[in-house]
Design a protein around this ligand. Structure first.
Ligand code: ADP
Ligand code: MG
Ligand code: ZN
Length: 195
């Protein structure tokens, strides 16, 4: 019995709501890989410049250097043969193209660690994470703490008025909420998963 696959790449997904510790977990896994003398690189979407342009930053202010990219395909061009571990944060901003990119990297023998939101602000499945969960070898779903009642929280409540699917923000724009305390938008009574 071995703890990790040998002589092959694989995909790990770390998902959950805002504040659930996805970035912290990504940083922890990459830090341990570095201690094991693995060569690592982290990518983030350029659109996410909330805290730093060239770092991923957790809500608890843990930081790690990263390369900002606009399109998922750029990740492929920037990962050389020498890289062992590829980290990708805020996967939801890359869209569905990220699935093929992660598969390609894993097929090239890389360990790929992807962190991202699994639901949008209305509680609907948010690609590419649902598809990545299907093709990944390892999946981790984190929960935050509901700011209203303290229950485990799996939803990200947007507390601004915007109805755009992507609004980059943190504590000023979103709250972690549990199922009971989460409100769907008043203009979206269906609560369905279809667009
Ligand atoms: P994510 O990347 O999932 O948004 P981070 O890894 O950036 O999450 O931040 C997780 C940290 O956020 C926690 O360790 C904690 O210090 C902080 N935090 C702030 N509010 C909450 C909350 N409501 N629930 C859980 N953690 C929270
Ligand atoms: Mg994060
Ligand atoms: Zn609650």
């Amino acid at each position: 019995m071995q703890l990790q696959p040998r002589d092959t790449g694989w995909i790990e997904v770390v998902c959950g709501s805002m504040f659930s510790g996805k970035t912290e977990e990504l940083i922890r896994r990459v830090r341990l890989a570095r201690i094991a003398r693995q060569k690592t690189v982290i990518f983030k979407p350029r659109v996410d410049d909330r805290y730093a342009e060239r770092q991923i930053v957790s809500h608890d202010d843990q930081r790690m250097d990263s390369i900002p990219v606009v399109h998922a395909e750029e990740i492929l061009e920037r990962v050389g043969d020498d890289i062992d571990v590829v980290g990708i944060d805020e996967a939801q901003f890359f869209g569905i193209d990220l699935v093929a990119v992660c598969e390609n990297l894993a097929n090239r023998g890389k360990r790929v660690i992807v962190a991202g939101l699994d639901q949008d602000y209305r509680g609907r499945p948010f690609e590419p994470i649902p598809s990545l969960l299907s093709v990944a070898e390892f999946v981790t779903k984190n929960l935050a703490v509901c700011v209203k009642c303290g229950n485990p929280a799996n939803r990200s409540q947007r507390i601004t008025g915007s109805t755009a699917r992507i609004v980059v923000g943190a504590a000023e724009a979103y709250e972690a909420r549990c199922r009971r305390c989460f409100n769907t938008e008043p203009d979206d009574p269906s609560e369905g998963i279809d667009d």
